[in-house]
Design a protein. Structure first.
Lengths: 306, 368
């Protein structure tokens, strides 16, 4: 049995003119014990999907199950066995760290002591501040506390909606390490993120864009779907270089990526010579052109264009 | 049960830690009592009165007709005994009674001197005062028409008696009014804001995805406000007894029980508002518009309901504060027992059950 199944889920919201389709009939499944990443930019429909799976929203059409329970009919059973951490910081700002944790433990019919082992490693990091009000914690601390609160009742499925948004790089890495430790405990985790670089930390990912799925695969699988050669180029006049490359009719796409530009050609022949020629024609200095391995973001850009 | 208790505790911490709001909640009634202490003028129209005519002669009939013909009074009943007067007042059917002694015309014509007694319900002192003044003026007017030029003047003495509130203390009227107003505001507004706040902060999302039943969430959220209201009731009553010298004439236990009932009514209204309001501002605004003003206007505390156009009188029946106001006036000031207010109590219970049932039924188990 799949832990989470999603079949042709459609969700629309009323808008000024007609309706906006947030989810356009998407389907995928999540296996028991997986760390599954839902990756897409803001407004892709990630939160809508999370709310449908956590029984907080009703889909316009389609079916979904969590642990075999239907999200509409058996919403009570689902609410007994899942953990949910919404994107917005959702703890009581005027309660202390300990009071928040105690509150969430108790309303889920458990106690901190009972499941302390599960949150120990995370909680130890915020324990020095346990009497501080949640509203006065730093962003990373808040996320850790929210995760503790979502975990305290030992859920079998954990839904984390953008847990690392607005968190510093070190805390983000720690957060992912924690998720992998939870995975060892047999908890299935569905996590969403707008950061492409976090995709490689998941067992499988679904790339989502404007309410539609671009691809569902392992991170490696998604990269292997990228069939073309990816060029990394740089020169002293980066902006001019990009404009010159984009003018060329043989170029499929060119976009900035950190310190370099990533370029894909429509046909693979003579592409290196082509790039060299553009650099020479425009008198760019220090031109560096090389073939690189694509990453998830490159795949996302390529899939978006199809 | 443990889940429920921790929820109540959490809710209490929210209130306790927001000191400024708590301060306002506790001191608002005290300030209001002082504010409303200033007299409020009332215009009186078509006040229901009764006549106890022991003389039944030409003169008494003429005066009765004159009184009935004025726009201020409406004679709804003829009484036949002194016991009748008291009973009719207790039922709240009349605001004033006019009593003519036996042999009124005889006295007037032979000794040039006769008496009329005006008995007014002074639980609302302003109205009582206005009524007796108007009636005295009409009687004086009659006296003028009787007097033929040049002869000796006839004098009719009007003797005024204020029932229930002989000293005409304004406080007698506004204490029940402030109680209704404060309870409505504290309970309805604060609960609606507290529930909407959870929606706004996103914590409702997490609570909903928990095994806690929606109706327990609601009840747990309202209990701390019930406690705050009890403090308010106590402070209003203490203030009225010891500072304004308005005694509690009736049974204190009954008064408190009725207040708890009204508090629950108000809490239900608050829950109902929170179901529709999306933001705290909206909840506050809805409470103000749908509770504060109707309570002020239609409870009968500032403006006598019988002076209003009929459609507004009908609307006033839907305002819970009106019934509570009547109950508090009867129990606290007139000193009546449960038998006098059972009908109003029943109406409040029915309103509460309907509101609570409806708001729990409408409580959203999902986000949208």
């Amino acid at each position: 049995m799949k832990t989470v199944t999603i079949e042709h889920i459609v969700k629309t919201y009323p808008a000024e003119h007609g309706t906006v389709e947030a989810l356009k009939g998407i389907s995928f499944e999540i296996d028991q014990g997986e760390v599954f990443g839902l990756i897409g930019p803001d407004g892709a429909g990630k939160t809508s999907l999370f709310r449908i799976l956590t029984t907080l929203l009703l889909a316009n059409s389609g079916n979904a199950t969590v642990n075999g329970f239907d999200v509409v009919k058996d919403y009570k059973s689902i609410r007994n066995c899942i953990g949910y951490m919404p994107g917005k910081f959702s703890l009581y700002q005027d309660l202390s760290v300990q009071e928040n944790l105690e509150f969430f433990a108790t309303i889920f019919n458990t106690s901190i002591r009972q499941n302390y082992g599960l949150i120990k490693e995370i909680y130890e990091q915020i324990e020095p501040f346990k009497t501080r009000k949640a509203g006065q914690l730093s962003g990373g601390m808040k996320q850790k506390l929210a995760l503790c609160c979502a975990l305290i009742h030992k859920p079998t499925v954990l839904f984390l909606d953008e847990p690392t948004t607005g968190v510093d790089a070190v805390s983000r890495r720690e957060f992912w390490e924690m998720l992998h430790r939870l995975k060892v405990q047999g908890i299935t985790i569905l996590v969403s993120t707008p950061y492409m670089d976090e995709a490689s930390l998941c067992d499988r990912v679904a790339l989502i864009q404007k309410g539609g799925l671009l691809s569902v695969n392992t991170p490696k699988g998604i990269i292997s779907e990228f069939k073309k050669t990816l060029w990394s180029v740089s020169a002293d006049d980066m902006f001019g270089f990009m404009k010159a490359i984009k003018k060329d009719p043989g170029v499929e796409s060119c976009y900035p990526f950190g310190q370099v530009h990533h370029v894909v050609f429509k046909t693979e022949e003579n592409s290196e010579a082509w790039l060299q020629q553009i650099a020479v024609q425009n008198n760019y200095n220090k031109a560096a052109i090389k073939v690189i391995e694509p990453n998830i973001e490159d795949c996302f850009m390529a899939l978006m264009q199809d | 049960m443990k889940q429920f208790l921790i929820f109540v505790k959490k809710e209490w911490l929210h209130i306790w830690r927001d000191r400024r709001t708590l301060f306002i909640l506790v001191f608002m009634p005290i300030i209001q009592i002082i504010l409303y202490g200033f007299a409020l003028t009332n215009e009186v129209k078509n006040a229901k009165i009764a006549v106890f005519d022991q003389s039944r002669d030409e003169a008494t009939r003429a005066i009765s007709t004159k009184i009935a013909a004025s726009q201020y009074f409406n004679i709804v009943k003829n009484l036949y005994s002194y016991q009748d007067i008291e009973a009719t007042f207790r039922k709240g059917q009349i605001r004033m009674a006019v009593v003519f002694p036996q042999g009124f015309r005889y006295d007037l014509l032979h000794s040039n001197h006769a008496q009329i007694q005006l008995i007014a319900d002074a639980t609302d002192p302003n109205t009582a005062n206005t009524l007796t003044n108007y009636a005295s003026a009409i009687i004086n007017d009659y006296q003028q028409t009787l007097r033929p030029t040049g002869s000796l003047p006839y004098t009719i003495n009007t003797q005024v008696r204020m029932l229930y509130n002989p000293e005409l203390k304004g406080a007698y009227n506004f204490v029940p009014g402030v109680m209704a107003l404060v309870l409505m505001l504290v309970c309805a507004m604060m609960t609606s804001i507290a529930i909407v706040k959870e929606k706004e902060m996103g914590t409702m999302e997490v609570i909903l995805v928990s095994p806690l039943k929606p109706f327990r969430i609601i009840i747990a959220k309202t209990i701390p406000y019930l406690l705050v209201s009890m403090v308010n009731i106590a402070s209003i009553l203490l203030l009225s007894v010891y500072a304004l010298r308005v005694p509690i004439a009736g049974n204190l236990g009954l008064l408190i029980a009725e207040s708890v009932l009204f508090t629950i009514t108000s809490l239900s209204v608050g829950i109902l508002i929170s179901n529709t309001a999306k933001t705290q501002q909206m909840a506050m605004f809805t409470s103000m518009m749908s509770l504060f003003l109707p309570t002020l206007l239609f409870s009968g505390f500032m403006f006598p309901i019988e002076n209003m156009p009929v459609p507004l009188q009908v609307i006033s029946n839907a305002v819970p504060a009106k019934w509570y106001f009547i109950i508090v006036k009867d129990v606290m000031i007139k000193g009546l027992g449960f038998t006098a207010v059972w009908r109003e109590t029943l109406i409040l219970i029915a309103m509460t059950a309907a509101l609570l049932g409806f708001s729990i039924y409408k409580f959203k188990i999902r986000l949208a």
